[in-house]
Design a binder for this molecule. Structure first.
Ligand SMILES: Cc1ncc(COP(=O)(O)O)c(C=O)c1O
Length: 305
């Protein structure tokens, strides 16, 4: 992956090579950081880069930061401004992934959240597909369980918790699968390593609820709205049993990075007839138009850089 040219660091834009932290940094030692992953899409007809639901991502970042007792002294609007400045400086004319990282910056020994200094950095890299087989992914139900709200809250994008995702993802990949679906402590479907999960059963779109130890995904929220408004589908947020993955008609994963990834096999069982289904196909078409600012009904989700 290409390195960025610049980063937002210590309240200014600096060459990426100058955005450095020491090895004693608290967040590096204890996982005490939160992050946002935002995408911007290049619309080549209009020659405009559009951020997708940036303010929603920034609001969620501030919520995550509260979980770690951070006071960033900033607003979603300020974060948008800093992100725009950085992207303008990078001058990328292609699809981009932007990472905002808020972290405990002190170089001290001692695990805690209080009496520490909070810092923020932003960087952006060109980005294409995240899951290679996004129309026919093969997933496995992981042996790892999702972190519980009373262990490390999954509703926050907390860096330390991504060890849980990494364990699941690596075991899945090394066993030949594209992704892992992780169950929560009570055995219900939680989410993928970095995606929310949807199934279609008898024409109803079903996804685990906010109380199933999921990240409250922004793509998930978008897909629920698009399914209701554009396809007239009934959408139900409820606990999903593991075996519903084996008997559902369609299955897909959603995430900023993964977008809408069709899953056509779970643990060597075909999903439905083993091909990407009609609901997934339609939602992908609608969603990809929306992302690039091509659907005026959702232009409020696109911010020109
Ligand atoms: C664990 C986890 N679940 C779900 C998602 C999807 O969230 P979003 O659609 O907001 O990107 C992500 C994305 O980063 C994630 O890391």
């Amino acid at each position: 992956m290409d390195r960025p040219q610049f980063a937002y660091f210590n309240h200014e834009i600096v060459p990426y090579s100058e955005a450095k932290v020491g090895v004693m940094t608290h967040a590096l030692n204890y996982g005490t950081a939160v992050f946002a992953g935002v995408r911007a899409y290049w619309n080549s007809d209009r020659q405009i880069l559009y951020l997708f639901r940036a303010l929603d991502h920034f609001q969620r970042l501030l919520h995550s930061s509260r979980l770690l007792r951070m006071d960033l002294g900033t607003t979603p609007e300020d974060l948008l401004e800093s992100t725009r400045r950085l992207l303008t400086r990078e001058g990328l004319h292609q699809d981009v992934y932007i990472r905002l990282l808020a972290y405990k910056a002190d170089e001290v020994i001692g695990v805690r959240l209080h009496d520490l200094t909070d810092a923020l950095t932003i960087f952006a890299v060109p980005f294409d597909h995240y899951v290679a087989n996004d129309t026919n992914a093969h997933v496995t139900v992981s042996a790892w369980r999702r972190v519980d709200d009373n262990v490390i809250p999954a509703r926050g994008k907390i860096t330390g918790a991504y060890v849980n995702s990494a364990l699941a993802k690596t075991d899945a990949n090394l066993a030949g699968y594209d992704e892992a679906i992780v169950l929560n402590q009570d055995g219900h479907v939680s989410e993928g390593s970095a995606e929310n999960v949807f199934i279609v059963r008898d024409g109803v779109l079903v996804t685990p609820g906010w109380d199933d130890n999921i990240l409250e995904g922004i793509t998930r929220r978008s897909v629920i709205e698009l399914a209701r408004r554009e396809l007239g589908l009934e959408v139900v947020e409820r606990s999903v049993d593991r075996t519903e993955l084996y008997v559902c008609d369609e299955l897909f994963l959603t995430g900023t990075a993964a977008e809408i990834t069709a899953v056509t096999r779970v643990d060597h069982r075909p999903v439905g007839d083993g091909k990407m289904g009609p609901v997934t196909t339609q939602l992908r078409a609608i969603y990809y138009d929306v992302l690039r600012g091509c659907n005026p009904r959702y232009s409020g989700w696109n911010t020109a850089v």
